[in-house]
Design a protein around this ligand. Structure first.
Ligand code: SF4
Length: 323
């Protein structure tokens, strides 16, 4: 069932996920299309996420957006973060400066921190500072598909180190939320992004797309428009039930990125090995964190996350092993 509508206000709207937003030329959604998109969300009872560019948008657009409950996603900088619910950072140096400015205070923000793996490996020890000042930190590694064996080892070590820091924060009475470690603690079922199945995107050209990445990659990839309605071909293929690897998996925090699936395997419902192993490393690090927290009296009602003998769901699937 469709639950979310994402509205990209402009071609230069920020990315808050693993795709790159590289368009330089502005193209603002028309006020007419924006209003029609809002009406579509109201009629379908969809939750709305509005994705902003760095530049100012006209007063008419701002007024239209305020007629409906929504979540604002905006890039860091230019004062945009003040009005955003979700602030997207593209560079660690900017995020670090934000954390330094917030030192000792709570920003109440959800932060999406997009980093290439090299930057993540170089800066992850600084994430604890971010965790202290934000409501929630979503780390998005933007080149997961390039991970090799050394990267898997480095990621596992990074997660172990972050797990220790999260445990210390709990001991100090904080309840940090770090997607790659703490999401799995509270989940009892898959919580993937479900683009194309539970969410669609309205682009600045007035057409629907599976997600912003599909629009930015190829405008010809539309799945309907505001006048003819939504038309996702073979929509069932985007759902968990038609993803044989994922429906047997318990790395519930995995984003199961549909765009990355298509990019790496040519199938929207088949993930790459790299995406799976990264998610399984997170799952295992969460399992260890859960045991540590349970020994201090936290999460005592949460079911143990069992040990996995193999991190590669492709192998498990071939061998008929389910988690
Ligand atoms: S780890 Fe792999 S199999 Fe499991 S949900 Fe993620 S993409 Fe699917």
């Amino acid at each position: 069932m469709l639950k979310y509508l994402v509205i990209l206000l402009d071609d230069t709207a920020t990315s808050y996920c693993c795709y790159r937003s590289e368009k330089q030329e502005r193209r603002l959604i028309s006020l007419e299309d924006l209003r029609a998109g809002i009406l579509f969300a109201m009629k379908q009872n969809l939750m709305l996420q509005v994705v902003y560019p760095a530049c100012e948008i006209p007063a008419g657009h701002r007024e239209a957006i305020e007629t409906i409950d929504h979540c604002k996603v905006a890039p860091a900088g230019n004062g945009c973060e003040k009005r955003a619910d979700v602030v997207a950072f593209d560079r660690w140096s900017d995020a670090e400066a934000f954390a330094a400015a917030m030192e000792g205070k709570k920003s109440g923000k959800i932060v999406a921190l997009r980093l290439a793996k090299a930057e993540f490996f170089a800066c992850y020890s600084g994430l604890v500072r971010m965790l202290r000042c934000v409501e929630r930190l979503n780390v998005v590694i933007t080149d997961v598909e390039t991970f090799g064996e050394q990267d898997f080892t480095a990621y596992s070590e990074a997660l172990a180190a972050l797990g220790m820091e999260v445990k210390k924060l709990y001991a100090q009475g904080a309840k940090p939320q770090l997607n790659i470690l703490t999401d799995r603690l509270a989940l009892e079922a898959m919580n993937s992004c479900n683009a194309g199945y539970e969410s669609v995107t309205l682009a600045p050209n007035g057409k629907f797309y599976v997600c912003p990445a599909f629009y930015l990659e190829d405008e010809g990839d539309a799945v309907g428009d505001l006048s003819t309605g939504l038309d996702v071909k073979n929509r069932q293929l985007y759902g968990l039930q038609h993803a044989p690897l994922c429906r047997a998996c318990d790395a519930y925090q995995c984003k199961r990125c549909i765009w990355l699936n298509r990019k790496t395997t040519g199938e929207v419902n088949t993930p790459s090995r790299e995406q799976c192993i990264v998610a399984h490393l997170e799952r295992n690090a969460s399992a260890k964190l859960l045991r540590d927290l349970q020994s201090t009296g936290e999460y005592t009602s949460v079911k143990e996350i069992g040990e996995l003998s193999c991190l590669d769901p492709f192998l498990n699937y071939e061998l008929g092993i389910t988690d």
